[in-house]
Design a protein around this ligand. Sequence first.
Ligand code: FAD
Length: 412
Amino acid sequence: MKSTPKKKVVVLGSGFAALSFLKNIDLDLLNVTVVSPRNHFIFTPLLPSTTVGTIEFRSIIEPIRSVRSNVEYFQAECTAIDVKKRVIRCEGQFDRKEFKLNYDILVMAVGASVNTYGVPGVKEHALFLKELSDARAIRQRIVECFEQAAQPMVSSEEQDRLLHFVVVGGGPTGVEFAAEVHDFLEEDIRRIYRELSAKVSILLLEATEHILSTFDAALSDYTARLFKRQNIQLRTGSLVTKIDAKNIYLKDKTRIPYGLVVWTAGVGPQPLVKTLTLEKDSFSRLQTDGFFQVSGAQGLYALGDCATPRGQNFPATAQVAQQEGKYLAQMLSKRERGLPVKPFQYRHYGMLAYVGSNRALADLAAVKGKGFSTWLFWRSAYLTRLVSFKNKVLVVFDWFKTLVFGRDISRF
Ligand SMILES: Cc1cc2nc3c(=O)[nH]c(=O)nc-3n(C[C@H](O)[C@H](O)[C@H](O)COP(=O)(O)OP(=O)(O)OC[C@H]3O[C@@H](n4cnc5c(N)ncnc54)[C@H](O)[C@@H]3O)c2cc1C
């Protein structure tokens, strides 16, 4: 008897949803090809720690080729999807040459992109915190600001500007980044740049009235009080209207000189998602059914930050993307075997955030934790969630290295 050939699954992306899908898909039943401009997975919850060198860049990444053998990978960006013919167009990362791939099943896990809300100057002057290259650029810029401010001909006013570090966006990423800069300042900068350290200031700008609005209000208030003690200035209700090479402008006409500005104010759709004329929600995420199938596009599934099941408003988090990726892999495997399938059910495990000075927040269903013991929990939780044994060893080693030797401030 002639056996039916395996269906061809193409996965777009190498983030949380794609990785979880790859780990759980049955390769005896389906052929899998991954297309992503990034040839590695990034454990983003620890990305803010890499911006100041608490953790090294390579400790939180895993090459996508190491995740599963027998999976084909192309370092390329998908630029168009022909949902009728089930063909995607891709652009290679090296020479931008185009190629096409057919699929039976397309898994879109392309995530989200940074949302600048069209504010003039953000793209040109602010740094983002999404990829490792962003973290590296921030780390370079921080050291650059100190070395530049230490030059003999620099005026006191210019030193103040260079050493003013501004974060736009009071969500978990902005808060964690401000906390990491604070630790860097307290634990290393005061010792290394003695004369300059008194001039350093950190400012967190938030457009709404509260930071960490997705957390319990008591935890958000605790963070605001802690930031005050840590000399991290907080300006809520502050809408940025423009950024130029040296200043940030607010709606209330305030001008804020800066040396570094990091934009963590929100996410928006990826360019590929924008090209698709399929059903989307008010955040421009693709709408799917409870099985992540996009309506009007046979064989197209979308999950993670780029999509949400109709009637649901799942947050753009790693835990959502991870659960969705696992579910979709298991669901497709079951379907191939002719077994019945149930729609996806999200399980919320809670949220964690680092707030500086060895303190963290845990907003869990049963407990609202904060402080030092929560920080120990935060570290152990993320350690267990890191992808590989190698990552876990490297991160523990980096934490130990930072504790003993401090953070490295070399600029190269
Ligand atoms: C600094 C930071 C800290 C965070 N901390 C936390 C946290 O503590 N807890 C938490 O739950 N969440 C956290 N998040 C959010 C979490 O990282 C995202 O929700 C999660 O990564 C979404 O997974 P995803 O697979 O949908 O997208 P991503 O992980 O963003 O992956 C998208 C992938 O698609 C690829 N791609 C993009 N365009 C294309 C294309 N056209 N063709 C092919 N591939 C493409 C990208 O290169 C990438 O590999 C954090 C995010 C950031 C940036």
